[in-house]
Design a protein around this ligand. Structure first.
Ligand SMILES: Nc1ncnc2c1ncn2[C@@H]1O[C@H](COP(=O)(O)OP(=O)(O)OP(=O)(O)O)[C@@H](O)[C@H]1O
Ligand SMILES: [Mg+2]
Length: 546
């Protein structure tokens, strides 16, 4: 191995009926290593008993494998694959694959840098008695893992390949950035030797590109009791809430905050991260944090009632100075649970799209709740330049126009930047047209979001429209229809009560205005006027089409 190159060991375990998936995994890893070669610092090494063990005398076949694998050291990434067979029983477990999984799982519990993922094939199984028996065992095993959040389902080889590639790419990206941002040396010889990160679990998207957020970062640091130089000025607020429209960069900013060296110093006992989403499962969110506390967190990690988990987490947070980041909040009730377990020396940072929820969660007057704005023109252009330098250098004015047309929204700029880059590589002549089309919003809404917005549950990358529609899907039918009617307005849209009264054909538009404002879809800008973000107007337009 070349000097300065870190190798992450990927261990694959499976019974014999998914041999094709194993070969695909080999192909995926080879391709990823080729891509990684240009960066030069990281490689993946696939370990499987087929290639890393030799015949030996031992207790049973699996025991021989185990002892030989121990010599290789613990793996950084464990990948299990199963379809219709659990495999051959060993003396210690229902099958060799299950035994290998259990070893990896135990390691995962103590080392937050290791990763475990189990893939189950959903393809139908021929109804033969022998196979049904094995299949039932697989189903039981799968069920035992279902709460852990460590499983993925696939349908066919191609789907397996896509999922495993996206999963591994994301891990590599996270691993790299985690090390770089934490200022650790990437030249260590094995990934497993790196000391644990103090954020658990790692945020879903360590900021790859992080542009134009000096003020945003300071706004949050101030709430954590840190001044411009990062020095403590007083006691941190117990709760800080931030809101901002979809794709404005809340998760990215919160993630950046957790990697800030001064913030880490201010919370020496560590940082806990959770992303609630639209259907939060509080018990698993709490229990997962148990792993951050090592031995002390075992009861929490295995708690099976919310009351027990709440009690245990409350106990663990007593006397600890920790930062709790609760991201992607869609309702105040589950989020309030975190305030109940907060230790006296801990701070919670909440992030949500909806100003009303932020105001409910923060213990300060609504006007002091932090509203994360879109980027400035300069930062927006810089972001575009980072992604499509040649295009911005060649068409600076059109690009600035595009930045404005997209309302300086990082999500939109990320997507636009990548599309421009690809187009410029293909056919230079079409870049102008793309610049124009993107500004209109329609094309952009239909495009896939950046890879860091992968839906881990479904293992797919949603379109920009799907992400933004999370907000409009929650509106009642009438309000949604009224919002859709705003899609024909110029972007960004400036409206007032009279105009909305006519457009919606209602006597009093205020109740609907109030809902849209409380959901962050419309913003009061004084003088009885309201503004709707350019991309949200495009979104309204797309609703009209449906
Ligand atoms: N400051 C930034 N510099 C560069 N890219 C950014 C920045 N902020 C956000 N992004 C990118 O924009 C996209 C949206 O960001 P992010 O997911 O943080 O938004 P969000 O406000 O959390 O959205 P949601 O409301 O959907 O949760 C991501 O792909 C992210 O990488
Ligand atoms: Mg987010």
């Amino acid at each position: 191995m070349a000097v300065g190159v870190t190798e992450l060991q990927v261990f694959v375990a499976s019974p014999g009926d998914v041999q094709k998936e194993r070969s695909r995994l080999e192909t995926v890893i080879k391709a990823l290593n080729n891509d990684l070669a240009s960066g030069g610092k990281l490689r993946l090494r696939l370990v499987q008993w087929k290639t890393h063990t030799h015949p030996d005398l031992g207790e049973d076949a699996q025991d021989v494998i185990n002892r030989q694998l121990v010599n290789l050291g613990p793996s950084d990434i464990f990948i299990g694959i199963m379809w219709k067979s659990l495999g051959t029983p060993t003396k210690r477990a229902p099958s060799g694959t299950v035994e290998e999984f259990q070893r990896a799982y135990d390691l995962w519990k103590t080392n937050p840098h290791s990763h475990v993922m189990f893939y189950f094939n959903k393809a139908p199984v021929p109804p033969e008695a022998r196979e049904i028996k094995q299949l039932n065992k697989v189903l039981a095993f799968r069920k035992s893992l279902s709460k852990s959040g460590l499983i993925a389902e696939y349908k066919g080889l191609k789907d397996f390949e896509d999922q495993v590639r996206s999963h591994l790419s994301k891990l590599v990206l996270n691993w790299n950035l985690d090390k770089i941002l934490a200022g650790e040396d990437t030249a260590a010889s094995s990934g497993t030797s790196v000391k644990s990160s103090s954020i658990w679990p790692p945020p879903p998207q360590p900021p790859g590109l992080f542009i134009g957020r000096k003020e945003g970062l300071q706004a949050l640091r101030t709430r954590l009791g840190l001044d411009e130089t990062g020095q403590p000025t007083g006691k941190p607020q117990p709760v800080a809430a931030m809101w901002g429209i979809g794709g404005v960069g809340k998760t990215t900013l919160a993630a950046a905050l957790t990697y800030d060296q001064h913030v880490r110093k201010a919370f020496p006992d560590g940082i806990l991260w959770t992303s609630l989403g639209e259907r939060p499962t509080l018990l698993s969110a709490f229990a997962r944090w148990g792993y951050a506390f090592g031995e002390d967190g075992k009861t929490l990690a295995s708690a099976n009632t919310l009351a027990a988990a709440r009690h245990e987490l409350g106990r663990l947070l007593q006397g600890r100075r920790m930062l709790l980041v609760v991201d992607d909040v869609w309702a105040s009730e589950p989020a309030i649970e975190f305030k109940r377990i907060r230790g006296p020396d801990c701070t919670i940072v909440f992030a949500t799209r909806e100003p009303e929820i932020a105001a409910e969660l923060a213990d300060v007057p609504p006007e002091q709740v932090y509203n994360l704005p879109p980027l400035s023109d300069e930062a927006g252009l810089e972001l575009l330049r980072e992604l499509a330098r040649a295009v911005v250098d060649e068409h600076p004015e059109e690009c600035l126009k595009l930045v404005r047309a997209l309302g300086r929204l990082p999500l939109a700029l990320q997507v636009a930047g990548r599309m421009l880059y690809t187009e410029a590589k293909k056919q230079r002549g079409l870049v102008e047209k793309l610049l124009n089309d993107l500004g209109a919003g329609k094309k952009l809404l239909k495009a896939k979001a950046p890879a860091d917005r992968i839906d881990l549950e479904r293992q797919t990358i949603p379109t920009v429209a799907v992400l933004l529609r999370q907000s409009t899907n929650r509106l009642d039918k009438t309000t949604r229809e009224r919002f859709a009617k705003l899609g024909v307005l110029p972007r960004p849209a400036i409206v007032d009560e009279d105009m909305l009264r006519t457009r919606w054909r209602v006597k009093d538009p205020n109740p609907t205005i109030d809902i849209l404002v409380s959901r962050g879809l419309m913003e009061p800008i004084g003088d009885g006027k309201y503004q709707i973000h350019a991309l949200l107007v495009s979104l309204a337009d797309s609703l009209l089409e449906d």
